[in-house]
Design a protein around this ligand. Structure first.
Ligand code: GDP
Ligand code: MG
Length: 442
């Protein structure tokens, strides 16, 4: 994957005291190749590499970072830029209802998104109306009705057998219906085809003209490769879009579509879809996506922290925590669990990062009861045990189990998981050749 490729490239920079122009060129070449192989569109790759080289040569030398970290930082920031920088929120109409039209190829995830978006907006106290304008596929209306039912929002659809086969008319009528029923948001689901075709584009345009949308959201399957560009261009030119939603980010996406689509459409990525369930959905955060592509969440945090707190003491502590593994305590582990839990659905995305395999198990079991149990166990330990779990022998285990109302097996399980997490932290530290420890000093 792109992440693997990039971390391989960065590993090679490890231990270099200073980057020569030749180093920068070689690295840029490899990154260029990695991006192209991940199906990132050529113009995007070109401007990316040009910026990277310029900045790497420009030697914005930061004392807190070694050369490898500096390159990673630049790549990370450039990725964020390509993905849209700050990101953007939904635009609401001054005069309700706000009309959101969904467009995209068949199977891209429009109808699923309609359900997710309606649930999300309902959670923010909006009155949402879903409108079924995909009258092409026999089951499409029903699919939307099921999703609407799950989200607890109304669905406007033509009466079956009423001879209403005109999606443009349905769209038009739905706005009236929304006004009558005091809805402030209308989400119009539309039909897609497997490929771009003129009839579909025309229908999308007609629906657009009928409802005068505040947002036309182009939904694109993040797993598509080079096709992303042609499809995005076709919808940009054919319907005119105001925003993008990446779907199926939970799949084995190579990152290409994500990196190309913003540049190609010129419009921001608004949301990310990460699964089939209604709650697998979140506002798109370019920085998080960039971190995911880099596949180095913890390392990036560390870089940030290293820069912020360039006081030797702090740095030494952090570095040894990552390098030494041992220093990663059960307190840290608990903090990590709490942090993961707070992240909610986005944790699914994080878990896909290389080296985060362990976290996947943690997340899978992170339902309330499990979480409470883990917390109870850790809280039942003495401070000494938390910082140095090695001392937790059989009798201590029994005491902890007793104190937290679990079995000794539960305690063992937790300690095993903790040991895995410790190893992972060690790997992450080692991968980056952080300053300190038995490696070169920064
Ligand atoms: P549409 O034809 O554009 O309306 O696409 P659908 O919403 O019907 O989605 C097509 C298929 O993709 C369905 O089986 C969905 O369950 C699935 N799907 C949609 N979004 C996601 C996602 O974010 N992740 C995964 N794994 N599947 C998705
Ligand atoms: Mg659909």
């Amino acid at each position: 994957t792109l992440s693997d490729r990039l971390s391989g490239i960065f590993t090679k920079l490890r231990g270099k005291g200073k980057l020569t122009d030749a180093d920068i060129d070689a690295t840029a070449r490899e990154i260029r190749l990695a991006l192209l192989e991940a199906d990132v569109a050529l113009p995007v790759v070109k401007s990316f590499i040009a910026n990277l080289k310029e900045r790497a040569r420009g030697a914005e030398v930061s004392q807190a970072l070694n050369p490898a970290q500096q390159i990673i930082k630049i790549v990370h920031e450039e990725l964020i830029t390509v993905l849209g920088g700050e990101g953007r929120r939904l635009q609401f109409a001054k005069q309700p209802p706000t009309v959101i039209m969904l467009a995209g190829l068949q199977g891209s995830g429009k109808t699923t998104l309609a359900g997710k978006l309606s649930r999300w907006l309902k959670g923010q106290n909006h009155q949402v109306l879903l409108v079924a304008c995909d009258l092409q596929r026999p089951n499409a209306v029903n699919q939307l009705q099921v999703l609407g039912g799950r989200a607890g929002v109304d669905v406007y659809a033509p009466e079956p057998g009423n001879g209403v086969g005109n999606p443009v008319q349905v769209a038009k009528d739905s706005i009236e219906h929304a006004r009558r029923t005091a809805k402030d948001i209308v989400i119009v689901d539309t039909a897609g085809r497997l490929g771009i075709d003129t009839e579909m584009m025309q229908q999308a345009r007609d629906i657009r003209d009928a409802v005068d949308p505040d947002e036309v959201i182009f939904v694109i399957d993040a797993m598509v490769g080079q096709d992303a560009v042609t499809t995005a261009e076709a919808f940009r030119d054919g319907v005119g879009i105001t925003g993008v939603v990446l779907s199926k980010l939970d799949g084995d996406a190579r990152g290409g579509a994500a990196l190309s689509v913003r540049h190609v459409t010129g419009e921001p990525i608004l949301f990310a879809s990460t699964g089939e369930k209604l709650e697998d959905f979140d506002v798109f955060h370019p920085d998080r996506m960039a971190s995911r592509i880099l596949g180095m969440g913890d390392v990036l945090t560390l870089i940030e922290q290293a820069e912020q707190a360039f006081d030797e003491d702090q740095k030494e502590k952090m570095t040894s925590k990552l390098l030494g593994g041992e220093q990663f305590t059960l307190e840290d582990f608990l903090d990590q669990l709490i942090a993961v839990r707070r992240m909610g659905p986005i944790a699914n995305v994080l878990a896909m990062m290389p080296g985060m395999g362990q976290m996947k198990d943690q997340i899978a079991e992170l339902d309330d009861s499990h979480f409470d149990r883990v917390t109870a166990i850790i809280r039942s330990m003495t401070p000494g045990e938390r910082t140095n779990p090695k001392i937790i022998n059989g009798s201590r285990r029994a005491r902890i189990a007793n104190g937290s109302g679990v079995t000794v097996m539960d305690v063992n399980q937790l300690l095993n998981r903790f040991t895995d997490a410790q190893k992972m932290m060690k790997q992450m530290g080692g991968m980056m050749g952080l300053p300190g420890g038995n490696r070169r000093k920064a």
